[in-house]
Design a binder for this molecule. Structure first.
Ligand SMILES: [Zn+2]
Length: 148
């Protein structure tokens, strides 16, 4: 088993970044218990991975690794829940899904403190300012696939 770091897959990341309407939105529309939002995204991910695999002569995949920011509008447990449906009948059928969470970190404009957005409820723990830049946490990307 050898992990492949997929530079080309990472390039599609921008297309997969979701609407910027704000963090912590939850998916509410569901069909048969499967959230449509996440299912649609995972179908795109599967297509991207299949295309990459085909172009690179990969015929068997063991694990798909995704990175999801904790402030992304994508909810990891929904991604897990819809994975079997999204990969059904594809090259990714019977593969494992691994999700790595990227923390939502901010840097305070006032005092430069770096802090976690969720743990501090969007307020700098050092000076109390709510004026900050978001450093990470909105990501949604395919990190790598592990081929058999
Ligand atoms: Zn501060």
């Amino acid at each position: 088993m050898w992990p492949i770091r997929l530079r080309r897959l990472l390039e599609v990341r921008k297309r997969l970044v979701l609407n910027d309407t704000g963090p912590l939105r939850s998916s509410t529309r569901k069909v048969g218990g499967i959230p449509l939002h996440e299912l649609g995204i995972m179908i795109q991910v599967v297509k991207t991975v299949e295309k990459f695999a085909m172009e690179n002569g990969i015929t068997k995949i063991d694990t798909l690794v995704l990175q999801i920011g904790e402030l992304s509008s994508v909810i990891p447990r929904y991604i897990q829940a819809c994975y079997p449906a999204a990969v059904d009948g594809t090259l990714l059928e019977d593969t494992k899904l691994e999700i790595k969470i990227i923390p939502g970190n901010c840097r305070c404009f006032k005092c430069n403190k770096i802090f976690n957005y969720i743990k501090n409820q969007g307020e700098c723990p050092e000076c109390g300012s709510r004026d900050f830049e978001l450093l990470s946490g909105r990501e949604f990307m395919i990190k790598e696939i592990v081929a058999c």
